[in-house]
Design a protein around this ligand. Structure first.
Ligand SMILES: CC(C)(COP(=O)(O)OP(=O)(O)OC[C@H]1O[C@@H](n2cnc3c(N)ncnc32)[C@H](O)[C@@H]1OP(=O)(O)O)[C@@H](O)C(=O)NCCC(=O)NCCS
Length: 433
């Protein structure tokens, strides 16, 4: 499934035309130059908001003389703007109490009807209420970072944005950041520059907690990605996926051959493969901490984080591990989260049940075998598709386990933190929900 990916501007010069005949060479090169100037002007104009923010700018790409680290220094909290940003008069800010069933329902409905769609508007993310509660209440979360916008008169919720705190390591430095997510503006209020106000307000509230950096992802290209990843999809229920237009029957393939191609064993194959339990927390934390060290950008999980993010929760997150039958040592770990999508135009189905690969660690069991077992349990749990980004070491198993590349790109960003170089997806150890 495509993930809301807008056409990406090719920022590296691509207009050079080497195949022109010599007599009109000058003319063409002036044209080419003019085109480039125009392109760069329109590119420059394209990010009126993001150009004003402390983020890596396109013009600085490749300029390795700029230092790595914070772009702006913190200011005293007393100098942070104390009152909320102005909204257009019909609207008002609210802090969403996600514990309240009523508020949770409102947020759920806003996102269900207005959140991320693929390029062809065939599918829309359908985060469950349980998932939202999980995603928005990690250890140390701030209620003030769950921000809504209502219509003053009707009280209808029309926009949403959130932050949660997270310790993220960039090379050797652990930085307390916000992970900003669930930015959503009601379809009827699009293109009115509400998003920049929402982003500024969440930033202000993050600053008020003395936090000055953030991590976020988007399907669109903004100034400037620290890395760009691709989604890969492993069919578990190919017949349904083809029926709803998620995938297509391959050339020279019949439905029955396709079903056979994606068939999985009924049972997992790794001895000692089992669901993670609470008493595994210390071992899983050790395993994850050790494993994530190898990536340039990765979360710095402690046991409380692992308890929150990894302990299995029905229809939210699944985690499995390998306990050596001999030594009882925990040697490997894998996890995935549940994120269904609404199917927008099908007669036969309303929901696509998708599992998203989360964090996996292999020390003894080959990653390929571990992930094959993850596919087996996902299939048993009736997921239609298993998705994974090409982050961390995922490239080891994607092709081999019959994942196909999607058309969705996912760009990762840091706010107020510059990296000298763009990362390869495999250098990234961070999965945002
Ligand atoms: C994303 C969304 C809130 C943007 O709102 P909008 O009404 O389309 O755009 P606005 O006129 O309010 O604001 C445009 C500005 O927001 C920026 N913007 C758009 N999408 C963005 C995103 N996902 N993250 C950060 N900034 C974004 C634009 O780049 C532009 O700033 P620029 O001029 O500096 O480039 C809205 O399109 C939406 O709700 N989409 C569906 C859900 C979604 O895709 N959410 C984002 C998930 S990453």
């Amino acid at each position: 499934m495509a993930d809301n990916n807008a056409p990406t501007a090719d920022l590296v010069s691509s207009g050079d035309n080497n195949n022109v005949s010599s007599d009109n060479e000058n003319e063409v090169s002036i044209d080419a130059l003019a085109k480039k100037v125009q392109e760069s002007l329109s590119l420059a104009k394209r990010h009126k908001f993001w150009e004003t923010q402390p983020v890596g700018q396109f013009k600085d790409l490749g300029n390795s003389s700029l230092p790595e680290g914070p772009i702006e220094q913190p200011i005293p909290l007393s100098e942070v703007k104390q009152e909320p940003y102005n909204l257009p008069t019909p609207y008002e800010w609210i802090t969403c109490d996600i514990d309240s069933e009523e508020v949770c329902n409102e947020v759920y409905n806003l996102l269900t009807n207005n959140y991320v769609e693929d390029d062809e508007n065939m599918f829309r993310f359908n985060y469950s209420k349980e998932f939202l509660c999980w995603a928005l209440r990690p250890p140390g979360y701030f209620r003030s970072w769950h921000i809504g916008v209502r219509v003053k008169t009707s009280k209808k919720l029309v926009a949403f944005i959130t932050g949660i705190p997270a310790k993220i390591r960039v090379r050797d430095t652990v930085v307390l950041m916000a992970e900003v997510n669930f930015l959503c503006v009601h379809k009827k209020l699009r293109s009115k520059r509400l998003a920049p106000v929402m982003i500024k307000e969440v930033t202000r509230r993050i600053h008020l907690e003395n936090i000055w950096q953030a991590a976020y992802t988007a399907g669109v290209v903004l100034p400037t990605p620290i890395t760009t990843c691709q989604y890969w999809h492993r069919s578990l229920n190919p017949k349904k996926l083809i029926d709803v237009g998620f995938s297509r029957l391959g050339a020279r393939m019949t439905m029955s051959r396709t079903i056979k191609l994606y068939k999985l064993p009924d049972q997992t194959s790794t001895p000692g493969f089992r669901k993670m339990e609470r008493h595994d927390l210390p071992a899983v934390t050790r395993l994850l901490r050790n494993y994530l060290k190898q990536f340039v950008v990765a979360p710095d999980f402690d046991e409380n984080d692992v308890e929150h993010w990894m302990l299995p929760q029905e229809n939210v997150v699944d985690s499995y591990l390998v306990e050596s039958p001999d030594t009882h040592e925990i040697t490997d770990f894998c996890s995935f989260y549940t994120l269904p999508s609404s199917i927008l135009g099908s007669q036969n189905y309303t929901t696509l049940k998708a599992a998203y690969s989360y964090y996996s660690v292999s020390t003894k069991t080959p990653l390929l075998q571990l992930m094959n077992d993850a596919l087996v349990v996902a299939k048993k749990k009736d997921f239609d598709v298993f998705n994974a980004l090409d982050v961390m070491q995922n490239e080891i198993f994607l092709k081999e386990l019959k994942f196909g590349p999607g058309d969705g790109k996912l760009h990762y960003y840091l706010y107020n933190y510059r990296l000298k170089h763009v990362l390869r997806a495999s250098e990234l150890g961070l999965v945002l929900l």
